[in-house]
Ligand binder design. Structure first.
Ligand SMILES: N[C@@H](CCC(=O)N[C@@H](CS)C(=O)NCC(=O)O)C(=O)O
Length: 225
């Protein structure tokens, strides 16, 4: 099997596949980029025209979706411990959490992040920041109920669905929105971030990172560019 390669920026969604690679013990190449790469590493646009991270290659395969890459890794490496197979009673739930992680949870977070601190001060939108921060917390409703009686999301064990959702909780924490998490979500998040593979992956690029988010209520966030 050829060696996969991941382009990553500290604290970006590329942490999902990086964490999965570390959990699985796969040998990989890593390209560490300053965030956001479209500003600080212009030639990255020749590799990924979107300018976003992650970017992932494996032979001829090229991917840009962090939760999709996690699914690709467990399926391609046939990693049964971290996946839920087709036909399993919780397979639908497993896929739902994988997609929920980005389409429902990180989507409002990124709007709050952008309009509180990534944009120039005269383009910031406090109303959007407040509304989308609240929206993210409200969208945790399904997780709040699901995790109240469980240790992990699916099949009573840790899978890549936990990595996908765990990243949304990580981003929420970096934005200071964890102060609004319900206790069972805080406990779940504490279980996830205590995993050695998460600790290894999260530390990559931390010392060199140019960008570290300002926390809610995001007052006086400096201009980045
Ligand atoms: N849906 C994609 C989103 C990728 C994405 O937007 N990544 C952000 C970082 S979390 C990014 O690269 N932003 C930089 C930019 O938009 O210039 C995924 O889940 O991986």
């Amino acid at each position: 099997m050829s060696k996969p390669k991941l382009w990553h920026s500290y604290s970006a969604r590329s942490l999902r596949p990086l964490w999965a690679l570390e959990e699985m013990g796969i040998d990989y190449d890593l390209e560490l980029l300053p965030f956001p790469p479209r500003i600080f590493k212009r030639d990255y646009l020749d590799i990924n025209a979107l300018g976003t991270v992650p970017f992932f290659t494996h032979g001829e395969v090229e991917m840009t979706e962090s939760s999709g890459i996690c699914l690709y890794l467990v399926e391609t490496w046939k990693h049964a411990e971290l996946s839920v197979p087709v036909g399993h009673a919780e397979y639908g739930d497993y896929l739902n959490w994988l997609f929920h992680s980005d389409a429902t949870l990180t989507f409002p977070q990124t709007i709050a992040l952008r309009y509180s601190q990534l944009e120039a001060k005269d383009r910031r939108l406090p109303q959007a920041v407040e509304d989308y921060s609240t929206w993210f917390i409200k969208r945790l409703k399904r997780l709040n109920a699901h995790i109240a009686e469980r240790e992990f999301l699916c099949d009573d064990r840790f899978t890549v669905a936990d990595i996908a959702i765990g990243y949304a909780l990580y981003l929420g924490e970096s934005l200071g929105l964890d102060q609004f998490y319900e206790p069972q979500v805080n406990d779940y998040w504490a279980r996830l971030k205590a995993r050695p593979a998460f600790e290894r992956a999260e530390a990559i690029g931390r010392d060199e990172a140019l960008f570290k988010p300002v926390k809610y209520p995001f007052e006086d966030a400096p201009e980045l560019f």
